[in-house]
Design a protein around this ligand. Structure first.
Ligand SMILES: N[C@@H](CCC(=O)N[C@@H](CS)C(=O)NCC(=O)O)C(=O)O
Length: 703
């Protein structure tokens, strides 16, 4: 359906001939496939990470390269973004040959004989359909010859029955060729879609395996576009090869051989020459006119964006009585589209006329040759009809040569962006021969030893930072914004690597242990919780998919969320909406806390975990947190000092290091930065500013 829409749009722009619909549809159908769409919704959560710069504990696993050995030997460095909007990727560029080899590995997989069998059958059906196609003119020739050479006066019945048989054969051959064709499409469809699914899921996993720095630097919109276009490109190239390019070359070879053998070398020479000139003309004109299509597409996008932006701002337009101005701006963009569209249409007319003129000239030349041969008695009228029909059939696929060439080139560019993305390596990986991190609640100490870290050169976040958190202690980190509180968590979770120094858990250097095992030992409640577009149950269960429904409910109870959930009509089956839109900030944060509780790890990190809660909920949550953290090593990052005053120890981050440390009362006595912050907050804190009206949030979302 989506393919059909794409086709309708494509063809309606230039009002092409009806035959265009069938062929274009074949190439376009299935191009916007499900996998890419599934990918988008999953990628939305990565987008949130990037935009909000928050920490989400996704767990990369090593390996799994889309093209494994195929792109294993890397090409020369440097890569363009191929118009994907991804910017320059830090990966070797992929060549067309690499891509062709990669696609071959998918459609002729050494390890999958069933796929190879399907490809073999498709090729057999292709050959069968083309052989039948070239039989059609022969049967037609036979019928014509029967009627022109046999004597209708002496044996009308014999003439009629022979001609009828030949003409029936003509119909059967045509229908069978079409049947073989469709059967080939059906058999090959599984191969194409299977390959696309494998590629799309490999790309998806690869994206999850890339490091946070990559995701923070890339827009998820551009990433998902690259994958969508890339997988559509694969579909297009495969379809074009199987349905258009290979069959046309095969048919051309057949027709030329038949003409050469049956009618003489001059006939074969004219037909081959005609196709050569036709192809040269088509490719050069297509290359020249592609720019008009690019302008047209740009103008179309611009017009769409302008219309959406203007209508979104409906109220503002009304406030300032600017309807006419808006319509004028829209009209300007439409004018650009109109100009580009006209150029596209007129250049298409020129292309079509030129192609037709070349073909018609060759056709009439061949007919003149045939007429001469008939006059000399070397050929029959049937032969002339046959030659005409053979060439005419060939002209149908050649009528789309330009479009196929243009789309294949674009598809190769799109594929290049996607395959280059697959060559990007994660900067954070498990070291070779790394051992799993073995810790439990009793030895989950955390140590930062002389850590230096900066995101950008010359802007240090940590300078020689050193501290130790003994196992089982609850330590709070406070400090002004930019003091590195969240960066400390990122280093601990190994989203980033320190420039120098070490981070140790249970005495083990985290850069030397298995990444998956490291992340399994830490649960994070991020500052800004983003939920999956699914039920509340699924969102809590996400913390540990192996747990039971009862355990999910217990975690919700501990996070002070269970009673709220039970008051909703669909209870645990309530859909939370896209990114948890239907939940208030406080509810989302409690989901994140429940998830972390369910993960049940020796180390717990709360990054401003109670920032969206009102003071009553915060009080309940703090009690829940103290239950959840008891006996575990926990880190609380807080802006509101009231939430951490009971911590075993408070570390004040300042100037890239630990400025002060001690308990709440010790720090107040020191009369330093902490005491000043405390004083400011206790004087200025206005709880009403933080109050959440959950009910209001939910009802407005429902409305
Ligand atoms: N004969 C031309 C045109 C074939 C054609 O009509 N293509 C369809 C798409 S399958 C079309 O709408 N083309 C618009 C265009 O090329 O601007 C060619 O070889 O490319």
């Amino acid at each position: 359906m989506a393919g059909l829409l794409h086709l309708t749009k494509l063809c309606s722009k230039n009002l092409p001939s009806p035959s265009c619909h069938a062929s274009c549809y074949r190439l376009a159908k299935g191009s916007r496939h499900v996998q890419a769409r599934v990918l988008y919704s999953s990628l939305a959560s990565v987008d949130d990470n990037a935009k909000r710069k928050k920490i989400t504990p996704f767990t990369p696993t090593p390996g799994s390269k889309l093209l494994g050995g195929v792109f294993g030997k890397k090409a020369k460095g440097g890569s363009s973004d191929g118009g994907s909007g991804l910017g320059k990727l830090d990966a070797p560029e992929v060549t067309s040959q690499d891509m062709m080899r990669a696609m071959m590995a998918y459609i002729w997989p050494k390890e999958d004989p069933l796929v190879r069998k399907r490809v073999g059958i498709s090729l057999g059906l292709l050959a069968g359909s083309k052989l039948l196609t070239v039989c059609v003119p022969f049967l037609f020739k036979g019928a014509v010859d029967t009627m022109t050479t046999l004597n209708m006066d002496t044996a009308p019945d014999a003439v009629l029955s022979t001609a009828t048989a030949l003409l029936l054969g003509y119909g059967i051959a045509r229908a069978s060729a079409a049947g073989f064709n469709e059967l080939r499409n059906a058999v090959f469809a599984k191969v194409a879609h299977h390959s696309i699914r494998k590629i799309a899921s490999n790309v998806f996993l690869h994206l999850h395996n890339l490091d946070l720095a990559f995701h923070l630097n890339k827009q998820t919109g551009a990433l998902s576009k690259t994958i969508d276009r890339g997988s559509r490109g694969i579909n297009f190239v495969l379809s074009a090869m199987v349905f258009n390019i290979v069959p046309t070359i095969f048919e051309l070879a057949l027709v030329s051989s038949i003409l050469g053998i049956k009618c003489g070398l001059a006939f074969a020479g004219v037909s081959m020459g005609c196709v050569g000139i036709y192809a040269l003309y088509t490719l050069s004109v297509t290359q020249w006119r592609t720019r008009f299509r690019v302008y047209m597409n740009q103008a179309e996008n611009e017009a769409g964006n302008k219309a959406v932006d203007s209508l979104i701002n409906y109220e503002t337009v009304k406030y300032f009585n600017n309807e006419k101005y808006e319509a004028g701006c829209y009209n300007e963009v439409l004018k650009k589209y109109e100009t580009a569209s006209l150029k596209t249409s007129s250049s298409l007319a020129l292309l079509n006329f030129g192609q037709n003129a070349i073909f018609s000239s060759a056709l009439s030349l061949i007919m003149v040759l045939a007429a001469k041969e008939i006059a000399q008695g070397n050929m029959t009228v049937g032969d002339l009809v046959m030659v005409n029909a053979l060439l005419f059939q060939l002209s149908i696929p050649l009528g789309f040569l330009g479009s196929v060439y243009r789309e294949v080139r674009q598809a190769l560019l799109d594929m290049q962006s996607m395959f280059t993305l697959m060559n990007v390596d994660s900067r954070i990986q498990t070291a070779p021969n790394a051992q799993p991190l073995f810790i439990d609640n009793s030895n989950a100490s955390i140590e930062f030893r002389n850590v230096n870290f900066e995101y950008e050169p010359g802007k240090p976040i940590f300078r020689d930072l050193s501290f130790t958190i003994p196992a089982g202690k609850n330590v709070a980190f406070v400090g002004g914004s930019g003091s590195g509180k969240s960066s400390m968590v990122r280093l601990l979770f190994r989203f980033f690597e320190p420039n120098s120094g070490k981070v140790l858990i249970g005495g083990q250097d985290i850069s030397a242990v298995d990444l998956d095992s490291l992340r399994k030992t830490i649960a994070v409640v991020p500052q800004d919780s983003v939920l999956f577009h699914n039920t509340i149950e699924h969102n809590i269960h996400y913390g540990n998919l192996a747990k039971t429904h009862e355990e999910v409910q217990n975690a919700a109870r501990m996070a002070d969320l269970h009673d709220s959930i039970m008051s909703w009509p669909a209870k645990y089956n309530t859909q939370v909406g896209e990114r948890g839109l239907k939940l208030s900030g406080g509810e989302k944060q409690r989901v994140a806390i429940a998830r972390a509780i369910l993960k049940n790890t020796p180390i717990l990190i709360f990054d401003e975990a109670t920032s969206s809660l009102d003071s009553i909920t915060e009080h309940n949550i703090l009690q829940a947190l103290s239950r959840a953290t008891s006996g575990r090593t926990s880190i609380c990052i807080a802006h509101r000092l009231s939430t951490v005053k009971d911590a075993d120890e408070i570390l004040v981050l300042e100037n890239g290091g630990v400025g002060e440390r001690g308990t709440h009362s010790q720090l107040l006595k020191q009369n330093g930065l902490y005491a000043r912050l405390w004083e400011t907050q206790t004087q200025q804190f206005d709880p009403s500013r933080h109050t959440e009206d959950n009910q209001e949030a939910r009802s407005s979302a429902q409305a």
